[in-house]
Design a protein. Structure first.
Length: 199
């Protein structure tokens, strides 16, 4: 394994970001499409159809877990190893090292949605809202049914008082995964607070 990758894991903790971050640059990612093989794509389609028809939260949770396992499989053994290292780096308190690895993954596999999702969550935890939004939006360009990215994006939009956009994202999530954990409460909170706002 290249020494540079090992050094990335040894990097120090991530620094706090300032509040005035510019929006992510236009880099052509809006043209990204998933590179999931046809047979795996068909399997995902079947799982999503089952998820939409789930009758309970417990049933949906099991299907979500199956989908998430498939999302974490890039088709490259090296990339999958790097992705596993990011979880270990975060668990060890080394968010900066995890971010460096995820940056490398998005370069190696620019249509690997899971790398963008995990990077977006780290940006969000560090308070870097602009790059977090950019990563979640990229995830949804690659995989429009990514229920986790939709929930995170809606939460950020709510924090930014973009209630109408947040509600639109949650409605999309509702169509994909009606029993997503906390979804009904999140929608109800926006609708209940919409009095006096244009929703």
């Amino acid at each position: 394994m290249p020494l540079v990758v090992l050094l990335l894991i040894a990097a120090g903790p991530v620094a706090a970001a300032g509040p005035d971050l510019p929006p992510p640059p236009a880099d052509g990612r809006e043209r990204l499409v998933s590179v999931v093989p046809a047979d795996a794509a068909a399997d995902l389609d079947r799982l999503f159809a089952t998820l939409a028809a789930a009758r309970s939260r417990a049933e949906a949770a099991g299907i979500e877990a199956d989908i998430r396992r498939r999302w974490a499989a890039s088709g490259s053994a090296t990339a999958d190893l790097l992705l596993s290292w990011t979880a270990k780096a975060v668990a060890a308190g080394n968010a900066a090292g995890a971010l460096d690895i995820l940056d490398e993954l998005t370069v190696r596999l620019p249509a690997f949605a899971e790398a963008y999702y995990r990077r977006g969550t780290l940006h969000l935890l560090a308070g870097r809202l602009s790059p977090a939004i950019g990563d979640f939006q990229t995830v949804l360009r690659i995989e429009p049914r990514h229920f986790l990215a939709m929930k995170e994006l809606a939460s950020v939009l709510e924090d930014l008082d973009q209630h109408e956009r947040a509600l639109a994202v949650l409605r999309r999530l509702q169509a994909v995964d009606p029993h997503f954990d906390g979804l009904d409460d999140a929608i109800e909170a926006i609708v209940a607070g919409s009095h006096g706002r244009d929703i």
